[in-house]
Design a binder for this molecule. Structure first.
Ligand code: ADP
Length: 450
């Protein structure tokens, strides 16, 4: 059982983790940058330590300062949340060597799965279906030869990529060399590593991912799947659980995900991401951390995934077996962002003048904002997640429409009306969702922007 945990993150996920700790009687230590002095996570934690300046590299990515804060405050574990250092194997290794428990898998597993190209090779070896493409990173010559074999369109992807960044579509072989060089340069600038690999571009697939969770005693279970197909520029905007896959494919994905987890000896919560087309499903990557969209799984299983992560890190066994995981109803999540849909969704930091959060049975708002909170310009633009749980998909959609109607966020341009337009779209109601949804309907979805 853990007694004191440091949360190496900010925003709504830091608040979310503090809540789970409080319910478990675990003391919390928040860390914050100089730009986040007035943040909710700083107020909610038992103790708070400033770890540096506003730029993430000075604070939330500053490993030495975070480790020092943990040692000085007597925290025995660090929960990294998502983003920042959550999938950094060097940070996990640093925790291990300082005798601090990292709430997540081992540094070795993060390293193996963090490199997307090698993770794919590993999954293929474990018998998990993968998108056709290169075996690991490729040189430009190897890339050209591969494109001749598998044909276009292909996707050039950064091994170190994440957050939907570092990808280039190549529609004809003569564009390849230019796109390859641009992708490498972009990857180097964004991730500090310029290795790229190649995948066949699956046209407008569905993105379906399986949540797994494993303890330190070799037990791994899945907690069902989430459909995260509603994306803008490869970044998720709306998520739901369950997906609309047929039961045979769903079960095959669960089996593949658990097999993948067992193959690497996975501990803690993780997600195996797949893309799905008419032919089948293919592994694209594994996220070795808690994800933004975890609440939809919590809503349909009644489990608290962060709580499970904390008890697993403290050496407890999983508190349930696969057979005990029950799925009920349907859940939806929308990401509320301080961004301006009228101007290419550019980030729009500033003061929240008024906030009203909807409520009622099965309505949850995970956020760190409050009236008069100043959204800083230094980090990502997500200011909250609205999650609903209904008896079935239609009921969940009705509930989300009502909840969005009640939500008030004033002071900063945001995507509230855009989210309403997605949820109210007839194709969304019909379940006609794939990763091309937003692009296909963009004009209509932006109609209500004033
Ligand atoms: P990231 O790590 O940046 O999130 P992913 O590999 O998880 O990158 O892919 C993000 C999204 O990009 C997917 O959900 C999907 O929409 C799209 N994508 C990735 N690979 C392919 C592919 N081979 N074909 C079509 N779309 C893809």
């Amino acid at each position: 059982m853990l007694h004191r945990v440091l949360i190496a993150n900010r925003g709504e996920i830091a608040v979310r983790i503090i809540r789970a700790c409080k319910q478990m009687g675990i003391e919390t230590v928040a860390v914050y940058s100089t730009a986040d002095r007035d943040s909710l996570h700083v107020h909610l934690a038992d103790e708070a330590v400033c770890i540096g300046g506003a730029a993430a590299t000075d604070s939330y990515l500053n490993m030495e300062n975070i480790i020092s804060a943990a040692i000085n405050t007597g925290a025995e574990a660090i929960h990294p949340g998502f983003g920042f250092l959550s999938e950094n194997s060097r940070f996990a290794a640093l925790c291990e060597s300082c005798g601090i428990l990292f709430v997540g898998p081992s540094s070795t597993v993060i390293e193996k799965m963090g490199d997307k190209a090698s993770a794919k090779a590993l999954m293929k070896a474990a018998g998990v279906p993968v998108v056709p493409g290169s075996e690991g990173e490729v040189s430009v010559e190897e890339g050209i030869r591969l494109v001749e074999t598998i044909g276009t369109p292909v996707l050039i992807k950064a091994s170190a990529g994440g957050g939907g960044r570092g990808m280039r579509v190549v529609n004809s072989a003569d564009q390849f060399t230019k796109a390859y060089q641009a992708a490498r340069a972009e990857a180097k600038a964004a991730f500090g590593h310029d290795g790229v690999y190649i995948e066949k571009l699956i046209e407008n697939p569905r993105h379906v991912e399986v949540q797994i969770i494993g303890d330190k005693y070799g037990q791994i279970v899945h907690l069902g799947e989430r459909d995260c197909s509603i994306q803008r520029r490869n970044q998720k905007v709306v998520e739901e659980a369950p997906s609309q896959l047929d039961d045979t494919m769903r079960q095959a994905m669960f089996d593949a995900a658990v097999k993948a987890g067992e193959h690497v000896g996975y501990v803690s919560a993780g997600t195996i991401e797949f893309i799905v087309d008419a032919e089948g499903f293919y592994f694209i990557e594994m996220n070795t951390r808690i994800q933004v969209e975890h609440p939809v799984t919590e809503m349909i299983t009644g489990l608290d995934i962060v709580r499970e992560q904390l008890s697993i890190a403290g050496g407890q066994k999983l508190s349930f077996t696969q057979a005990e995981v029950q799925f009920n109803g349907h859940a939806l999540e929308v990401r509320v962002n301080a961004e301006d849909p009228k101007h290419q969704f550019r980030p729009s930091p500033g003061r929240i003048d008024l906030l009203h959060v909807p409520g009622g049975p099965g309505v949850r708002f995970d956020s760190m904002v409050y009236t008069d909170y100043e959204v800083p310009p230094f980090y990502d633009s997500m200011i909250g997640k609205l999650i609903v749980h209904g008896r079935n998909r239609d009921d969940a959609i009705d509930k989300m429409i009502a909840a969005l109607d009640e939500l008030i966020v004033e002071g900063v341009p945001n995507n509230h009306a855009f989210l309403q337009a997605i949820i109210e779209h007839p194709d969304f109601r019909k379940g006609l969702v794939d990763t091309g949804f937003i692009q296909r309907h963009l004009e209509g979805l932006l109609k209500h922007e004033t």
